[in-house]
Design a protein around this ligand. Structure first.
Ligand SMILES: [Zn+2]
Length: 92
């Protein structure tokens, strides 16, 4: 039997590799807007986070998203992401 290939991505918060569908994609659009990509289909450069606001806080503290996207990310963007990520917990 061949093992099924599961795409693994690394969370920019805790640094753990996890199956892609367990993570949330954060996407930076061509216009430089940073959003949570809950559908996984938004165009742009992506980074991955666990569905955990704790990981977002870690990424925020270490400025990992800034590094991923090579741009400054204002506090209000982080606050919005945190709110959206917290809201995404309910579907579990
Ligand atoms: Zn994580």
């Amino acid at each position: 039997m061949q093992p099924k290939k599961i795409p693994i991505r690394r969370c920019v918060g805790c640094g753990e590799g996890k199956p892609k569908k367990e993570l949330v994609r954060v996407v930076r659009s061509a216009a430089g807007e940073v959003n949570l990509d809950l559908t996984g289909r938004m165009p742009g450069r992506g980074a991955y986070l666990c569905r955990d606001t704790e990981c977002l806080r870690k990424a925020r503290k270490a400025r990992r998203l800034e590094k991923e996207f090579s741009q400054a990310i204002p506090d209000e963007v982080y606050d919005r992401l945190e709110k959206e990520l917290g809201g995404a917990d309910h579907e579990q």
